[in-house]
Design a protein around this ligand. Structure first.
Ligand code: N01
Length: 508
């Protein structure tokens, strides 16, 4: 049902579609595949990058790999017996996503290098008007449903440090690695010690003349129980029926039974804490360095990291861990609060992402004329089942508020949310609903229950500041229950939580 207006000098096009998906990472691709399977063929996927892959396309820094085993960190409907290791490197995950996309028969509806400029609900037509710019110029989509799969960790957050804009050397964010910069023999600084940094530091340390690691908060780092799959094992995974799904199930339940429990009862986490402290002692002899990298909050409050190479890298002769706060950056150095100036050639900022004020929300305007950013600035990020927001009809999120995980596979959560959205769209078709909008009461009750649970978790009580929390002191990013309970919550579209409008005979 596409209608294209005559081409003008500025190449403006108007296209009508049933669904418009924003983003072509794990979530957007999953949505495309499941819509297609459900017979919903009239959709587009708008992707600002040149390829599918999302996080796994953007994060190409040295050492990038998944810290969830790949047998689980993959689609349930597209098992891959060829993973080379239990925790696969970025290149393999990206190749996997590309392969799934290529085999899905949906790529003809993906529009790459195209940005969503605005998405505005039109009360008159009861559809979304989505302005995009891409290689073909400006295209305005008129969509019944918008599915935002733009990602919760996709917009790099640059540190607000005095003078950083005056730095004369190379400077880049971990998620925008500059592969043209040769680090060999250089003096490099990495700011940050989160999941990205601990993968980067050991790789960078191997080649540079000197590395300064600027640590504001020491993380907990557990051993990484990674291993290469042997030839025989891979053959068995490929040919023994049920073996791969048994692996997947075992990994899933292993994580699910232990980790969520200790977000509520820190004592259960004691063995993990001891393991993390042992990891330090094993690699680091220098008592000063040991003290510096020993965390001072409860384990689990921030994301628990895994590495066998991070601490040995920090203990190397060419590395300094700097814990004095950064005062400013000059043309060629970082100056700390104690007045020490450390000269560098390259500055890597591994300072994380915009997580609780997502830039896409500034571009989405709902039924009342307010943007989603303004709405959430007041209430904090909140969505019914992490998916639907009052005043924003026919808009669904994948990886929305309170659906993130620290312990298991986001792909599992993505598939759950996509099922829910697919069921919502099926219900719209079946009943001729033109509009579905979650009620404020349903959303408030859902969010209220989540926030009540949050107050008892280690994320709130563990004595740390993390990207999970928003400016109101609420954890609006993580899911506080088991992943199978989320699967249950999203198995069906519960229309009772929504106000609906059905098409009338007079509607076109
Ligand atoms: O970002 P982060 P990340 N001055 O926000 C520090 C996922 N992930 O990219 O802790 C000085 O965790 C900040 O310090 P502090 C995963 O979900 C997964 O590393 O706030 N320092 C912190 O140390 C992860 O949680 C994989 O005190 C500053 C660091 O920068 C999420 O992505 C791999 C600063 C930021 O850490 C984000 O991880 C990588 C400043 N002004 C990432 N600002 C997998 O393996 C910030 N910091 C799947």
């Amino acid at each position: 049902t596409s209608t294209t207006s005559p081409t003008t000098a500025t190449r403006e096009t108007r296209v009508q579609v049933e669904q418009l998906v924003v983003g072509a990472g794990f979530a957007g691709l999953c949505a495309a595949i499941k819509l297609d399977e459900a017979g919903e063929r009239d959709f587009v996927v708008i992707e600002k990058g040149a390829d599918v892959g999302g996080t796994w396309r953007d994060n190409t820094y040295p050492g990038a790999a998944c810290d969830v085993p790949s047998q689980l960190y993959s689609y349930s409907f597209a098992p891959n017996p060829d993973w080379s290791m239990s925790f696969s490197p970025q290149s393999e995950i990206l190749a996997y996503i590309r392969r799934v996309a290529a085999g899905s028969g949906t790529l003809d509806r993906f529009r790459f290098d195209t940005s969503v400029e605005s998405a505005t609900w039109d009360n008159a037509t009861q559809r979304w008007v989505v302005e995009t710019t891409g290689p073909a110029g400006t295209t305005t989509y008129d969509a019944r449903v918008v599915i935002s799969a733009a990602g919760g960790l996709s917009e790099p957050k640059l540190p607000d440090i005095e003078g950083i804009e005056t730095f004369q050397g190379e400077l880049f964010h971990s998620a925008r690695w500059d592969h043209d910069t040769n680090l060999t023999g250089k003096r490099v600084a990495v700011i940050g010690t989160g999941a990205s940094s601990i993968q980067i530091v050991p790789k960078v340390q191997e080649v540079v003349a000197h590395l300064d690691v600027y640590q504001r908060t020491a993380p907990y780092v557990l051993p990484r129980n990674d291993r290469t799959y042997g030839k025989l094992e891979r053959l068995a995974l490929k040919h023994v029926p049920g073996l791969q799904s048994a692996y997947r199930t075992a990994i899933y339940w292993g994580r699910e039974t232990y980790v969520p429990a200790f977000t509520l009862q820190p004592k259960i986490a004691t063995p993990a804490k001891l393991l993390a402290l042992g990891n330090i002692s094993k690699a680091i002899e220098d008592p000063d360095l040991k003290a510096k990298v020993t965390p001072t909050f409860e384990i689990g409050c921030k994301r628990i990291l895994i590495s066998n190479t991070y601490y040995p890298a920090l203990a190397s002769d060419n590395v300094d861990v700097v814990t004095d706060p950064i005062a400013k950056v000059t043309g060629n150095a970082i100056v700390t609060a104690d007045g020490v100036e450390r000269e560098i050639d390259v500055l890597v900022v591994a300072t994380g992402f915009h997580t609780t004020e997502l830039p896409i929300t500034e571009r989405i305007t709902g039924r009342t004329g307010r943007t989603l950013a303004d709405t959430w600035a007041e209430t904090g990020m909140a969505a019914y089942k992490g998916t639907a927001v009052p005043d924003f009809p026919n808009l669904f999120f994948i990886v929305g508020p309170n659906t993130g995980l620290g312990h298991s596979s986001m792909v599992f959560m993505i598939e759950s949310q996509v099922t829910y959205i697919r069921e919502a769209i099926k219900a719209m078709r079946r009943n001729d609903y033109t509009v579905v909008e979650v009620t404020r009461a349903a959303e408030r009750s859902w969010t209220g229950e989540i926030q009540r649970r949050m107050k008892r978790t280690v994320w709130s009580t563990g004595g740390c500041a993390s990207w999970y929390m928003d400016a109101h002191g609420n954890n609006t990013t993580l899911w506080p229950r088991t992943t199978f309970s989320f699967r249950g919550e999203t198995a069906d579209f519960d229309v009772a939580a929504y106000t609906v409008q059905a098409a009338t005979a007079a509607d076109p």
